[in-house]
Design a protein around this ligand. Structure first.
Ligand code: SF4
Length: 462
């Protein structure tokens, strides 16, 4: 059995094997009469614990012996021959995340209102989700079994919340003892096995800033290129997360951090050929400064953590403006656009600047409104944490023929917001049509006036 990492994620009983949720028509799976609800127990004699195991055990194999427990309780052994690249046509249940056993000072789970969606209280800490989705783990609870799996199945890259390489500080931030906080050996083992690591620091004023941060960046830079980047993101306080040991991030703190880290970044670029340690967009915006230019971000290694989103969005927007300027035929459509774009208070000033330029150039009448986050309160200002209630509270400020909310405010796999409100419910309460847009949908609107909703995980920055 797969060993749990200290704290099981859920109380539900986990059965062995991995459950098939869908079988594609006319696939090999259908040919062998597999059905939703059947459980794959073994592949070529190897125990299968989840779909990552299934993928690993079947990859590159053209002869497969698959042990299946049918939903009726029967056990089947299937001998399958296939062309190497031929898909079996099976979809599987989602991975149930393992949870951490930390008590981080700044844990966002503590910052949720009691009524928040249950999934917001899941303290996931799972190397599988780190590999699949870029979720950060602290590695404090990783078991030997999990470590072996990362190495054997090459679950690379891994995203590791380091926070501080000073052990006293790390232990304090994570609310655990120093022995558990020490992950140097675990990181070394991963790096020696060729696993790439992206690191993260949640920057807490007066705790892991200043000299502690400098040391953290330098220690991690020693592990470059195995450790390929570090994301430094500011502590976010909500009205529910008000631990007195935490100091809010101010504009002044952001300016000071930029000054200090810029000097280190310059040195790192000279030594490593990469900026390596990236400050979160929020730090520049809060400091009232422009985000760095495109080349600062290289291949945007921490874009999943929101780093470089503003630069990427701004550059794409400007490229779109240039394209539209060249295509004069499309200007006539753009002139008819009149509506409202809603976003978080952090990004609103930047977006407003871009939209004003668009309005002026193409005689459109778009407005950007900054939506306050009343649900979480505190200094939460990013678009992705806005809720249905927040958009409703801003509804009276909407003008024009339509309103747009950022796609990132919806769950990636269903149109529901963090307060549990369904997009349709929100839509019903607006007097004009409401759309959830990412950049490409917004670009289409600006380019030809067409409204089309695109469901993708990409979205407006911050
Ligand atoms: S912030 Fe800390 S306590 Fe919260 S889920 Fe992450 S590792 Fe666990």
């Amino acid at each position: 059995m797969y060993e749990f990492a200290v704290t099981p994620a859920v109380t539900q009983i986990r059965r062995r094997g991995v459950v098939i949720t869908e079988v594609a028509q006319e696939s090999i799976g259908a040919e062998f009469e597999l059905e939703a609800g059947d459980r794959v127990m073994r592949v070529n004699g190897h125990v299968v614990r989840d779909y990552l195991d299934f993928r690993f055990q079947t990859a590159g194999e053209d002869e497969l012996v698959i042990d299946v427990r049918k939903s009726s309780g029967e056990d089947w052994e299937l001998n399958i021959e296939r062309d190497e690249a031929e898909d079996l046509g099976l979809s599987f249940e989602q991975i149930v995340p393992r949870q951490c056993a930390n008590e981080c000072l700044f844990c966002f789970c503590k910052g949720n209102p009691e009524t928040a969606r249950p999934s917001l209280f899941v303290r996931d800490e799972d190397v599988r989700l780190s590999f699949l989705y870029g979720n950060y783990t602290t590695l404090t609870s990783i078991t030997e079994d999990e470590m072996r799996r990362v190495v054997e199945q090459r679950l690379t890259p891994q995203y590791v919340s380091v926070h501080a390489t000073d052990l006293d500080v790390r232990a304090y931030l994570l609310g655990i003892d120093k022995e558990r906080a020490d992950i140097r050996g675990k990181m070394r083992r991963m790096l020696d096995a060729g696993i790439e690591i992206h690191a993260q620091v949640v920057l807490c004023p007066n705790i892991n800033d200043g000299d502690v941060l400098r040391r953290t960046i330098n220690d991690l830079a020693e592990l470059h290129p195995g450790v390929s980047s570090v994301a430094i993101v500011p502590l976010g306080l909500t009205r529910y997360l008000n631990d007195e040991r935490l100091t809010p991030v101010t504009s002044e703190f952001c300016r000071q951090t930029i000054d200090e880290v810029s000097a280190i970044q310059e040195d790192l670029r000279a030594r490593l050929g990469s900026t390596f340690a990236f400050l979160g967009d929020e730090i520049y915006l809060k400091a009232g400064q422009d985000v760095p230019p495109r080349k600062h971000y290289g291949e945007y290694p921490q874009i999943e953590d929101g780093i470089g989103m503003v630069r990427s969005f701004t550059n794409e927007f400007e490229a779109l403006m240039r394209k539209l300027t060249r295509k004069s035929g499309q200007l006539a459509r753009a002139q008819t656009i009149e509506g409202t774009i809603m976003t978080g208070t952090l990004f609103a000033p930047e977006l407003s600047k871009l939209i004003k330029g668009f309005n002026k150039r193409f005689d459109a009448r778009l407005q950007v409104i900054a939506v306050e986050n009343q649900y979480f309160g505190g200094d939460v200002s990013v678009a992705g944490l806005l809720t249905g209630g927040d958009f409703l509270a801003a509804r009276s400020r909407v003008t024009g023929d339509f309103a747009i909310i950022p796609r990132v405010a919806l769950k990636s796999d269903e149109p529901i917001m963090l307060d549990g409100m369904h997009f349709e419910e929100l839509e019903r309460q607006f007097e004009v049509p409401l759309y959830a847009f990412d950049f490409s949908s917004l670009a289409s609107l600006l380019a030809d006036g067409s409204i089309r909703e695109i469901h993708s995980e990409a979205g407006q920055p911050a």
